[in-house]
Write a protein that binds this ligand. Sequence first.
Ligand code: ADP
Ligand code: MG
Length: 443
Amino acid sequence: MATITTLPTPSHAGEVLLAAEDVKKYYGDDRSPVLEMVTVELRDGEFVALLGPSGSGKSTLLRTIAGLITPTAGTVMVSDMPGDAAAHGVSMVFQSFALFPWLTVLENVQLGLEALGVPEPEMRKRSLQAIDLIGLDGFESAYPRELSGGMRQRVGFARALVVHPNILLMDEPFSALDVLTAETLRSDFLDLWGEGQLPIKAVLLVTHNIEEAVQMCDRLLIFSSNPGRVASEIPIDLPQPRHTQDPRFRALIERVYVEMTARPRGEPRTGPKAERFPGTGIGTVLTHVSSNVLTGLLEAVNEPPYNGKADLPVIAEEQHLEVDELFPAAEALQLLRFAEVEGGDMKLTEAGLQFAHGETDDRKKLFARHLITYVPLAAHVRRVLDERASHTAPKSRFFDELEDYMAEDAAEQTLRTIISWGRYAEVFAYDDNRQAFSLENPA
Ligand code: ADP
Ligand code: MG
């Protein structure tokens, strides 16, 4: 039985503020848990980042820690601060905030305290402090529409900080901002944290941005998907401020890439060739990666100086791909047997090299063959279309089937992926208006 318990106040620095143990969570049925055996500890003074691909369950874990959802199994213990009625164990900063448009900045921030029953003068004082701290001084009476995206996100930070939480949980708080704004807010936050000015004791930051994680945190937990678990942990012991071009910084980035592409523990390192590739059934979630990205990546790895084998961080930077895009792309190429990925490197297979050297038509044929052979859902769609007299089938038919295995949005994404790959390879056609697959134009 899952429980959420409150620990007594820590008496000295370094005390455990959060202990999540063997947390398991599934939505709906238990065939595909989103989280499995997740154990995370956070101590006073720590800034920990949780890094993982999209859909790996990071938000689910944060929401579980925040008490917004109940774990299916396992325990989450968060220490509280008795004696201070307005203090909370945790509060959360989201990717973007639903600020109330009819409330001013001050009123939006005060909302964080209203629920806690703080008296009016105290509420006002603390809110003004939080606003001041986060760099919004002078904007107390502005309305959200008058603020830039970066400033609105600062209001979000102020709303989370105003409760003086022990632990600040941040769920990709910089990812909706443009690059420069994100950089400014990140460094402002780090300065305040470093100077001990924030009314918090520890931070847990969820991100899919490797550089951001290495830049900010003291310890990095690498999350893997299906099911989400902490696959490894890397201490980041560089002094602040950290410089992205520092060789030690680059070395850590490289190490993170290696860990993120490592084989999950317990899986055999040797064995028949087939074992090196991810196994799939019809119910495998396919992250959407366009054929353009796949083609571009194969071409880039094939070209000198790589000649078929490239370091992922290097190729990611060259191709301007973030982890969120790079890993699904690498995964797709593995699934299609065009590349192998391990230890931070991507190596093209024979077929991958052949693809990179081929002309458009040859490429499409090769892609079609691999799609049908290695992606069971593609083979299934094709088979259904072949067997039906009309050679058409509504999307809903496959959607219903996928829903037995995955959440609605995952099914939607998986179909979007199969549609774009199938179209590229001309294995089947898809009509957006009729929402139907057909064999109309395939080669
Ligand atoms: P992340 O934050 O790492 O991108 P999430 O925690 O948002 O991942 O989601 C993890 C998985 O759980 C995804 O496959 C998602 O589709 C599924 N999921 C998330 N929330 C729900 C929900 N309320 N009901 C069903 N499935 C969900
Ligand atoms: Mg998320």
